[in-house]
Design a protein around this ligand. Structure first.
Ligand SMILES: [Zn+2]
Length: 467
């Protein structure tokens, strides 16, 4: 998830619900054991930035692939830094001239504060129908499913009608250097007609029933500004009218009263259309209005109702850090604020900066960008992809509704879209929407949801690479 913030998307985790285990029957015991072994091996290697053990994990996965009979020629380990290993595995398809499908996951995790956890975060532990461990949701379940299914395809001699590419990246949670390096230096190895990302999307349960099957088709653009002002400073016993902290605080105050205009695109309009069908009352009514086109009244009401709807409807900018002063008894010589923006795919970053400058309205304040924004066009809701996803969803998760989503946070998908490859976030992991523990303590995945998602992916990739 989200390098930068997370995602909202919607990654769900669950309470204990008595769902019938209809999927187990489609996954042999041998396949379940294979998937479990891969998953527990992945969780046991701490691949956060502090430990930097992605080379160790990639070596373990490669060993397992070779033992399972996957030819060496299918396997590509690519380092973009000494301690950062990415893995690409290509299952060749029939030469039909169709471009490959790219299946995405990342193997790095956010550092776990071990002492805060109930279990050892780097050990897969089963408790009350859950697997606990750092990365169980974000995103080692996805990585394990992709590798286990690839081994199943090779073992059963499955011949897709195009190449199937699995990519596991090493630093989605920090700089996304892995996916950027692969796209810029090894494009031909991962080029594809479109990509499926296991690190976005996801399903929500309501009272044990399948409710929403989120398919992420776009993500907001991440951009951080540094607002800074300087002042000659001096002795704090003789303060003048000007103070760097006052100057900056006043500008932030002006920015705090501004809300960017609501905007809609194909993805968010469809999101509201589909969501209206499973919501009730005024909320559903407002969503119907937005599904029909921009309606400011409905947008304002929904924005007041939830920060998430607000973040889906408009660009947001908010201060996340403040730095000022160098001594208690000295006037501050500088004051600096970090303002983090999440920009709608269709909204120009330059226009956002110009608006913030206009609001700050103070020549003494300079604006600098932390890093250039990576534009990420929304992916089209291409019928043959979305219909295939939905048809299998109806079969595997009866009662669920497919809802296209825009993530307010970012994933590696941002860079893949930027490179011109449409991306669909389809983790297919169902859970309780109010129990998201990604990046937090006691991260866990519902066991039934994990195996159900693995069977869903197994069949989805076959369906998409057979027609
Ligand atoms: Zn992630």
């Amino acid at each position: 998830m989200f390098i930068r913030l997370m995602l909202v998307a919607v990654v769900f985790f669950s309470g204990i619900y008595s769902l019938s285990d209809s999927h187990a029957s489609t996954t042999s015991q041998e396949d379940r054991v294979l998937l479990y072994d891969i998953f527990s091996e992945m969780i046991a290697v701490p691949t956060d930035t502090l430990n930097g053990k992605t080379p160790e994990l990639v070596a373990a996965i490669v060993k397992r692939l070779l033992i399972a009979g996957v030819p060496q020629s299918y396997i590509h380990e690519i380092k973009h830094q000494q301690d950062m290993s990415n893995l690409v595995v290509r299952l060749p398809g029939a030469t039909t001239g169709k471009r490959p499908i790219l299946l995405m996951a990342h193997i790095d995790v956010v550092t776990a504060v071990t002492e805060a956890w109930t279990t050892n975060p780097y050990k897969l532990v089963e408790i009350d129908g859950y697997y606990y461990g750092r990365g169980t949701t974000d995103n080692k379940a996805g990585a394990s499913i992709l590798i286990a299914n690839l081994i199943r395809y090779v073992k059963e001699g499955f011949k897709p009608n195009r190449d199937i590419i699995v990519v596991l990246t090493a630093d989605e949670e920090t700089t996304a250097g892995g996916i950027s390096h692969l796209l810029s230096q090894h494009r031909s190895l991962i080029d594809a007609e479109y990509a499926l990302n296991s690190d976005a999307g996801g399903g929500s349960l309501e009272n044990g029933e399948y409710k929403v099957f989120g398919v992420q088709a776009s993500e907001k653009v991440y951009l951080t500004f540094h607002l800074e002002t300087h002042n000659p400073g001096g002795h704090s016993s003789v303060p003048g009218p000007e103070n760097a902290i006052y100057t900056l605080a006043a500008a932030l105050e002006r920015i705090s009263h501004y809300t960017f205009p609501a905007m809609l695109d194909e993805i968010t309009q469809t999101y509201f259309l589909k969501s209206a069908q499973i919501k009730h009352g005024q909320e559903a009514h407002d969503m119907q209005k937005l599904a029909a086109g921009l309606n400011f009244e409905a947008a304002e009401r929904l924005s007041r109702q939830s920060a998430r709807y607000n973040a889906i409807l408009r660009t947001t900018c908010t201060p996340t850090r403040l730095y000022a002063g160098h001594a208690d008894n000295a006037l501050p010589r500088s004051a600096k604020a970090t303002v983090n923006c999440r920009i709608l795919p269709g909204h120009s970053p330059d226009a956002v900066e110009a608006q913030l400058q206009k609001l700050a309205d103070d020549k003494r304040i300079t604006f600098t960008r932390d890093s250039p924004p990576v534009a990420s066009p929304a992916s089209p809701l291409t019928p043959h992809v979305l219909d295939t996803i939905e048809d299998l969803m109806l079969e595997k998760f009866p009662g669920a509704s497919l809802v296209p989503t825009m993530s307010t946070g970012a994933t590696d998908g941002l860079y893949v879209r930027n490179a011109g490859i449409p991306v669909y976030g389809v983790s297919a992991i169902f859970g309780d929407p109010h129990d998201s523990r990604a990046h937090g303590k006691d991260e866990r995945i519902r066991i039934k949801s994990f195996y159900a998602a693995s069977q869903y992916w197994y069949q989805l990739v076959k369906n998409l690479s057979s027609n």
